[in-house]
Write a protein that binds this ligand. Sequence first.
Ligand code: FE2
Length: 405
Amino acid sequence: MNNSKQLVSSLPLSGEANPTSEIRSPLPPLKRGASQNSKSIDFCPINKFDHLEFYVGNAKQSAIFYSQCFGFAIAAYQGLETGSREIASYVMEQGDIRFVLSTALSPDSPIARSVLQHGDRAAVIAFEVPDAVVAYKETTARGAVGAIAPTETEDGYGIFRYSAIQGYGDTLIKFVDRSDYQGAFAPGFQRRNVETLHATSQGLGLKAIDHVVGNVDWGDMDRWVKFFAETMGFELLVHFDDRAISTEYSALMSKVMKNSTGSIKLPINEPATGKRRSQIEEYLEYNRGPGVQHVALSTDNIIETVTKLRAAGMEFLHAPKTYYEDLAARVGHIDEPIEKLAELGILVDRDSEGYLLQIFTQPVQDRPTLFFEVIERHGAQGFGEGNFKALFEAIEREQALRGNL
Ligand code: FE2
């Protein structure tokens, strides 16, 4: 009944020849009621993040890391036992966050080539959309490069529709329409509901994907800002120049793009000139090109979440002790005890709308590439720009330890 092979075998990496050859089904007609007006502001409506898919060298072991150290539960699985001959994937869930960990079962798989080139990485940013056909047609009509033409797969739980376009580097931007699908994740996947040590339905209190940050090459930030604006209808939320984000040694520039509802926020970084090699350059070197730098996950209780994450073995960047000395003067009153924040290494920033608490993990693989952020917002809509300098100095200390500064 299900045709999951169609699904898994139609996940090309970007840069592959002739992505249109991946078309497995003719373009279905536009859904009734879907916007066909290319001039409407929200020509590519997005509900929310659907999932992030990570291409990894060993998904079985990664699933244990994300469950034991991060509090995710395994919700669904596909692999040899379910008839998937090319790919094994674990769907990990916590709150509204869904990660898919995928690994290749043969050296010919695009995922195997991805791991060889980039190491473990966040390879697919998937948005839940009302119509994956509209999203594909509207974005490609505006210049986006198609990666997976609109495709339908089906099993006893309904029809699952998706499409994808090329993002920065080898990242895919995927559009998922699950309005007619009630299964665990997608056709071909079997429900797992494995609850391990920390992985309950509440996990460690991580709730949602707050933002996903990309690193792009020198001089490429504005090209990708234009891409998100023109092909997807995103708006520029905020811009940080290299004067705002510089330390003694390195600098970067960043622009934050958001969709019309603000449910999706995508900061884009590029390196700027500094005395030494910036953290963005280090990323670009080890990732062999642009890609997702960090994923921020929100919580309602960062003290509890980070206490549990540390107990579970998660490693974080160290905030300098001096950071906390003038914190009260810098951010004013906050509800959380500063001693506790200092003990856990949690950073604080304030803007005109409130404050936020945040902390950054160490890279979660041996290459100094992808890392995570945990964030708790109290009104503030920023990204912790007041912390950038302290944070980057902390990152540079780690870079120096790796001999890469
Ligand atoms: Fe962030």
